[in-house]
Design a protein around this ligand. Structure first.
Ligand code: SF4
Length: 62
C-alpha cells in the first residue's frame, strides 16, 4: 500500500495525522500533510483517514 496527499487540496486540518500518526506527518512550513511511505498504520485506519479527509486530498494506491 502506498498513500499520497494532494497538497493543492489539503487544508492542513491535521485529522489524518491524528488518525494515522505513522502514515501522515504535518509539514510545519507548508501547513500541509505529507504521506509517510510505507505507511505504518493498519489499512483500516488509513481508509478511515482517507474517508474523513474534508478536502478529499488523500489517495491510496493499492
Ligand atoms: S485530513 Fe486531509 S485536509 Fe486534513 S491534513 Fe490530512 S490530508 Fe490535509
Amino acid at each position: 500500500m502506498k498513500i499520497s496527499v494532494d497538497e493543492n487540496l489539503c487544508i492542513g486540518c491535521g485529522a489524518c495525522v491524528n488518525t494515522c500518526p505513522q502514515s501522515f506527518k504535518m509539514n510545519q512550513e507548508k501547513h500541509k500533510s505529507e504521506p509517510i511511505n510505507p505507511p505504518g498504520d493498519p489499512e483500516e485506519k488509513i481508509k478511515e483517514a482517507k474517508d474523513n479527509c474534508p478536502a478529499g486530498a488523500i489517495k491510496i494506491e493499492e
